[in-house]
Ligand binder design. Structure first.
Ligand code: ARG
Length: 289
């Protein structure tokens, strides 16, 4: 009888240890394993940044998300042997979603920055076309003579997207301007056109697309000074997910070797110039609240 009791106790203890281990190991399942098991790669992006990511308004559902990064995301999903699911959200929310691991990665025209390198796993660089080599200010054509130098923006409202490289550049390189945060680039363009802000900081490739569809705007003569490390883009991955990082880097290398980057960029630019291209406004309380 006494032995029996001892046996039950030991059995219970063993079961407890087993249950804890099982629980622990399933909690530690890597993001890559989870993607493979579920057969779906979820990628967050903010489709307000043509030609990298934007919306084709002639389509609906997943099909509506287009651009360079969408083609890249599709390629990565194929390399992993899974289906791609795009989750559209504001640029700020993309970063929160990856850091809280609610999605494993975001491909949304991210430049490498020191701060992001600390908070995320960042992929190797991938090609960003003419997009990131220059960072510029959009102004109204009517103000061409008014805004020519950095000093011309002293005391003036200059818009930039929340949590973006552009916002960092405005605060560092135009310290006397009044930095004005916008959640969505499409909204920033409207605020510039309506006179609510005097300039909008954007990447040059993006500026080209915006001017193409908004002939009342132009690129200011004065440009930001861009550090070499900001000139290409990276994929943002949840911190610690190194297996996924390696798989993404392998896919990037393959896309580069097979010469896809140039082809994708041209295709994206062409589509961005079409009538149905839209830089979608994402209503997102997470970024405004
Ligand atoms: N390259 C800039 C950055 O890293 C802007 C990217 C904006 N992307 C977007 N989808 N709105 O901050």
């Amino acid at each position: 009888m006494k032995n029996m009791k001892k046996f039950v106790c030991l059995l219970l203890a063993a079961l407890t240890v087993f249950a804890l281990c099982a629980c622990g190991s399933s909690g530690e399942k890597s993001a890559l394993q989870e993607i493979k098991d579920s057969g779906v790669l979820t990628v967050a992006l903010s489709p307000d940044f043509s030609p990298m990511e934007f919306v084709d308004s002639s389509k609906t559902g997943q099909e509506q998300y287009v651009g360079f990064d969408v083609m890249l995301a599709q390629f990565i999903a194929e390399e992993l042997g899974v289906k791609l699911e795009i989750q559209a959200m504001s640029f700020d929310a993309c970063q929160t979603a990856v850091s809280t691991a609610s999605v494993p990665m975001s491909i949304s025209g991210f430049s490498w920055t020191e701060e992001r390198a600390e908070n995320f796993e960042l992929s190797d660089y991938y090609y960003a076309g003419e997009n990131e080599t220059e960072q510029v200010l959009l102004i109204r054509k009517a103000d061409a003579d008014k805004y020519k130098t950095a000093e011309d923006f002293d005391g003036v409202d200059v818009g930039a997207q929340n949590a973006s490289l552009q916002m960092m550049m405005v605060t560092e390189q135009l310290p006397n301007a009044k930095a004005y945060t916008i959640g969505d680039i499409g909204v920033g363009v409207l605020e510039l056109q309506s006179g609510n802000i005097e300039a909008l900081a954007v990447a040059a490739g993006n500026a080209e697309m915006i001017v193409d569809s908004n002939p009342d705007l132009m690129v200011c003569e004065w440009e930001f000074d861009v550090k070499a490390e900001y000139e290409a883009n990276v994929v943002l991955i949840t911190k610690g997910e190194t297996e996924l990082l390696e798989a993404v880097n392998a896919a990037l290398q393959k896309a580069y070797d097979e010469g896809y980057y140039g082809v994708w960029y041209e295709e994206a630019v062409e589509l961005a110039k079409s009538e149905t291209a839209m830089n979608l406004t994402i209503e997102d309380d997470a970024s405004n609240g």
